[in-house]
Design a protein around this ligand. Structure first.
Ligand SMILES: [Zn+2]
Length: 232
């Protein structure tokens, strides 16, 4: 048992988590899974493949995204995935239908652990899910990703009346962007603030980052080009 997992168990209640770990036997056959040597390089290479296909499909109407990318890559076997998982990156991003991380990073089942809500906010549930991914599944890379044209950030910049639930959803974004009137800038500030919140509100994640077990990056996905740019 690694230091991070021990610390996680000590700080969050060992019994319940021990049961959780038995339910998902994550330590079985790690060698059977696709795990790149350099997760950030692999993530960005996947986005280059996606962006090229995205731009090609934009230019050539007969090209589809599905047919555009013949590059060989690793696929986890269904047999391995049926009993375990070894995702190599965690992504917190927006629920927007155009921002599906598995597509954006050209990955296959079992590679990314994804948390989504409209506006990619680090709510308590999102923090807990990231803690699970980092501490139990040991993903070495965490990306918080905003995107161009984000409806949640746009709503937070406006004054239109919202339902009580939507208002609660938007409130943290309002605080993160503090009066910004430029959507692109607001999207970046919101993503950076979500990353900061994850570190401030989770000792487990802050410790993992400090020890080098976790690399944290912040990205912005540009819908027009398909490109993810690292902003931190
Ligand atoms: Zn969005």
């Amino acid at each position: 048992m690694g230091i991070q997992r021990r610390h996680f168990l000590q700080t969050t209640g060992g019994l319940a988590l021990a049961a959780l770990m038995r339910a998902w036997p994550v330590e079985a056959a790690e060698k059977d899974f696709c795990v790149p040597d350099n997760p950030l390089q692999a993530l960005m290479a996947g986005n280059r493949r996606f962006a090229e296909a995205w731009q090609r499909a934009d230019q050539e109407t007969k090209t589809t995204l599905r047919a555009a990318d013949p590059d060989p890559r690793c696929f986890n076997s269904p047999r391995a995935l049926a009993t375990s998982q070894h995702p190599w990156a965690t992504v917190l991003t927006c629920s927007d239908s155009r921002v599906s991380p598995s597509w954006v990073f050209d990955t296959t089942p079992g590679e990314l652990f994804v948390i989504r809500n409209a506006g990619n906010t680090a709510f308590t549930e999102a923090i807990a899910s990231v803690e699970y991914s980092v501490s139990i599944l040991k993903t070495p890379l965490l990306m918080v990703m905003g995107h161009s044209g984000c409806g949640a950030v746009t709503a937070a910049m406006g004054t239109d009346p919202l339902t009580p639930s939507l208002d609660r959803l938007i409130q943290p974004i309002r605080e993160n962007i503090s009066g910004s009137s430029d959507l692109e800038e607001a999207v970046k500030r919101n993503a950076l603030a979500s990353a900061s919140t994850l570190m401030q509100r989770s000792a487990v994640l802050a410790d993992a980052k400090a020890s080098g077990a976790l690399k944290l990056v912040v990205g912005c996905f540009q819908l027009s080009s398909g490109v993810v740019t690292l902003i931190e």
